[in-house]
Design a protein around this ligand. Structure first.
Ligand code: AP5
Ligand code: MG
Length: 218
């Protein structure tokens, strides 16, 4: 299946997307993680994206569309993929439809995770990330085993994301409201949107997500 996870910063796209993709044997395609890896490597993509990301602004559509066009062709995405963080604008959504239409395999479902702003801000201020595998933890709700290192990379110290400062989180929420939230209506009018409450224990959210995606999914 080809699934899009939509939702504001901190709602759990990465957390839930990682679990869904790994359970089903699909690729997790997180555009934010791809950009952060590019920045860490100092590649031309990373150099272009760094300043915008640090300010909570979006990377231009043509860059992101080209990146996803290529990434969805990689062998691990053949069985299916979960898109986390893409599309984020209406032009990105239209481009994604066109790309998948050309391949004769349209999107199966768009799931919008929801949570109130106060909860998002609380989560992001306590988020810690593994710089190697990008797994996320939360100091309050989901700490790593020793609270400092990644469970899967015990030598690696967890870090906070540079865009998780209070000011940048505010900006990211604004950018989400202006540029990405309209996508929910876009998909809703087309009858392709399923909404899932992103609050409560992670296992409950995951159960609701699986129900929204359909348990028999191939
Ligand atoms: P991106 O990396 O996509 O960031 P985002 O959309 O702001 O989302 P986050 O990664 O912050 O949150 P999440 O929903 O993944 O939540 P998580 O699972 O970590 O994008 C970053 C930047 O890259 C953008 O600002 C932009 O510059 C650029 N970019 C990326 N894609 C782009 C595109 N398509 N076009 C243009 N620019 C693009 O969870 C958050 C925290 O909550 C964690 O600590 C987690 O442990 C915790 N948590 C999760 N679930 C629960 C729960 N149920 N209860 C309590 N805590 C929970
Ligand atoms: Mg994420």
């Amino acid at each position: 299946m080809q699934v899009v996870l939509l939702g504001p910063p901190g709602v759990g796209k990465g957390t839930q997307g990682r679990r869904l993709a790994s359970d089903r044997g699909w690729a997790l395609i997180s555009t934010g993680d791809i950009l952060r890896d590019a920045i860490a490597k100092g590649s031309p993509l990373g150099m272009e994206a760094r300043k915008l990301m640090d300010q909570g602004m979006l990377v231009p559509d043509p860059v992101m569309i080209g990146l996803v066009r290529e990434r969805t062709l990689e062998p691990d995405a053949r069985e299916g993929f979960v898109l986390d963080g893409f599309p984020r604008t209406v032009p990105q959504a239209d481009a994604l439809d066109a790309i998948l239409q050309d391949r004769g395999r349209p999107l199966d479902v768009v799931v919008a995770l929801t949570a109130p702003d106060g909860e998002l801000v609380r989560r992001l201020s306590a988020r810690w990330e593994c710089p190697v595998c990008r797994r996320v933890y939360n100091a309050l709700s989901a700490p790593s085993r020793d609270g400092r290192h990644c469970d899967d990379h015990p030598e690696t110290e967890l870090r906070q994301r540079v865009d998780d400062t209070a000011e940048t989180v505010r900006r990211r929420l604004e950018v989400y409201r202006e540029q990405t939230a309209p996508l929910a209506d876009h998909y809703r009018t087309q009858g392709r949107l399923r909404e899932v409450n992103g609050t409560g224990p992670q296992d409950h959210v995951y159960g609701a997500l699986m129900a929204a995606v359909g348990t028999n999914g191939h």
